[in-house]
Design a protein around this ligand. Structure first.
Ligand SMILES: Cc1cc2nc3c(=O)[nH]c(=O)nc-3n(C[C@H](O)[C@H](O)[C@H](O)COP(=O)(O)OP(=O)(O)OC[C@H]3O[C@@H](n4cnc5c(N)ncnc54)[C@H](O)[C@@H]3O)c2cc1C
Length: 494
């Protein structure tokens, strides 16, 4: 095979099976990438009796999953929800998920909501620990080993009127970030199930037969390019593309230079590009999760967010991702968080500069060069209704309403491009809930599956993203894809 065809940075060109001289190994199910999606797919495939091999580019598994907070979005009445006194149902969970995103995938959303309790139980059965505790404070995620917390917009308007609110963020038990705990437990479970994992194995190309079916792949391993054959299928679980600058420029250019892309260094879109090489369609490639984590401390939620016109634009009790998206859309990206003395506190995440401190709102308005009278009017209106426990403009919950009237007044600069904004990609391959990768025409590609951020899942829009849906969806649909690929091996030539 020529050098250019094997270029690792060009996984978008497949190899024909007729160009493969010999197979290094033949297995039932080949999994590309060993994060949450890959591990769960592997466990299910192996438990279904498939000879399962995972190829992982890094020297160890975990990917972005192991760097993550370890929050899994689950509901419908999990053990932890019940223990903490919450009465949730799959119907309410589905209502919330569907309302929160402009582009839901009805079948994936339904399966996810209906199967959520069973998925929680499955994770527990694999050894993943969740403590029966509620974290009441408003946080990005619990810093201690608490489990349940409000990880989305469930209590914010208009969602609280559409679906009965329930906390569904389930953080894996562990102090601080617990993605590593989650991955360690899944890794142990995979090994118990008989999954073989080969690290330092970068998948470069897919191998297609004459009819376009995926029959294997080429990976760089032990200093050489090797061909692996899959009887049941190849599963792309190689993460998203937050670390691929060219892809960010092409699909998410509004973020470039203004946000910090987050993920593991190998989030370079290989999964998506490999899938596209076999005619897989990429969908919602311009969607992302963006966050501007100005809280905790939760007292800052009592403040108001205003744009460069001195106007509020979102209820401050919304999820930090929804706020991040709305803030990033303001004219010139200008956004300030206005607080008064009793609620003042430094954001735990560093990088939020204090733009001004003044003894009056009027003085703050001048210091920020906002249009004359604009901030004063906004604060007066907000205070007028806050005294009555109301927010008829943006419907912030009464629990977070309190007039801003005690000097000094301060403004934190939350502007897009200045404050700490972080993002990762949500778009990916178009898949059925079973993980089968679809072409632009909606045809399933024989032998090709995807899960996790290599495909577009439950988490699929900046405004609707909720903490825990990425790992939630990667683990849930990874399992389904693993089972489907394992079942397929019995139908093809062994
Ligand atoms: C700081 C941070 C915190 C987060 N916290 C949460 C959270 O609490 N809850 C939540 O739901 N989401 C969270 N997310 C998002 C979430 O972690 C990821 O979207 C999710 O873990 C992706 O899982 P995955 O299995 O698709 O990919 P990954 O876990 O990234 O696994 C992909 C694997 O594929 C490998 N790979 C890549 N290319 C190749 C190749 N060519 N050949 C072989 N292997 C390859 C990679 O090395 C990697 O190990 C967070 C993200 C970040 C960055």
């Amino acid at each position: 095979m020529s050098e250019s065809r094997m270029s690792p940075d060009n996984p978008s060109r497949p190899v024909s099976v007729s160009d493969v001289d010999s197979w290094h190994e033949t297995v039932d199910v080949l999994i590309v990438g060993y994060g949450a999606a890959g591990a769960c797919a592997a466990i299910e495939a192996a438990e279904a009796g498939a000879d399962t091999l995972v190829l992982e580019r890094a020297s160890g598994g975990g990917g972005t999953t192991a760097l993550a907070g370890g929050v899994v979005y689950l509901g419908g009445g999990t053990r932890v929800q019940k223990a903490c006194g919450f009465d949730d149902s799959p119907v309410e969970m589905l209502r919330y998920l569907e309302a929160s995103t402009p582009n839901p995938d009805p079948e994936k959303f339904r399966l996810y909501a209906e199967g959520s309790v069973m998925h929680f139980d499955w994770l527990v059965s694999q050894g993943v620990p969740f403590k029966d505790s509620l974290h009441e404070e408003r946080v990005i995620q619990p810093a201690n080993d608490d489990c349940l917390f409000w990880s989305g917009n469930e209590k914010s308007w208009p969602y609280r009127e559409i679906a009965v609110p329930a906390p569904r963020g389930h953080k894996v038990q562990g102090e601080g970030d617990a993605g590593s705990v989650l991955f360690a437990r899944l890794d142990e479970a995979a090994k118990r199930a008989g999954v073989r994992v080969r690290c330092d194995s970068r998948v470069l190309k897919l191998v297609l037969d004459e009819g376009g079916a995926v029959v294997g792949l080429i990976a760089h391993q032990d200093g050489e390019d090797r061909a692996f054959r899959a009887r049941g299928g190849v599963l792309l679980c190689a993460g998203g593309f937050a670390m691929n600058e060219a892809m960010l420029q092409r699909h998410l250019s509004r973020l470039v230079g203004r946000v910090t892309p987050i993920g593991n260094p190998y989030d370079d879109g290989a999964g998506l590009r490999l899938g596209m090489s076999a005619r897989g369609a990429g969908i919602h490639l311009n969607e992302y999760h963006i966050t501007v984590p100005f809280y905790p401390p939760e007292s800052l939620t009592f403040g108001i967010l205003v744009n460069g016109q001195g106007q509020r634009f979102i209820a401050e009790d919304a999820y930090h991702g929804r706020i991040g998206e709305a803030a990033s859309q303001q004219l010139m990206g200008t956004v300030y968080l206005i607080v008064d003395e009793p609620i003042f506190g430094r954001p735990i995440i560093e990088g939020f500069e204090i733009a001004a401190v003044e003894q009056s709102v009027d003085g703050l308005e001048r210091a920020l060069s906002l249009p004359e009278g604009s901030l004063q009017k906004t604060v007066d209106l907000f205070n007028h209704y806050a005294e009555m426990g109301e927010d008829p403009v943006l419907h912030k919950q009464p629990a977070w309403l309190r007039p801003l009237k005690e000097a000094p007044f301060a403004a934190f600069d939350c502007s897009f491009g200045k404050a700490p904004y972080m993002a990762f990609s949500l778009g990916g391959l178009w898949t059925k809930p079973t993980g089968e990768v679809l072409t632009e025409d909606g045809e399933a590609i024989e032998g090709l599956f995807a899960a996790g951020r290599s495909c577009c899942g439950v988490s699929r829009s900046a405004e609707g993203y909720v903490s825990g849906t990425s790992i939630g969806d990667a683990t849930f649909f990874g399992r389904l894809a693993g089972r489907t690929a394992a079942a397929r091996r019995t139908k093809v030539d062994r």
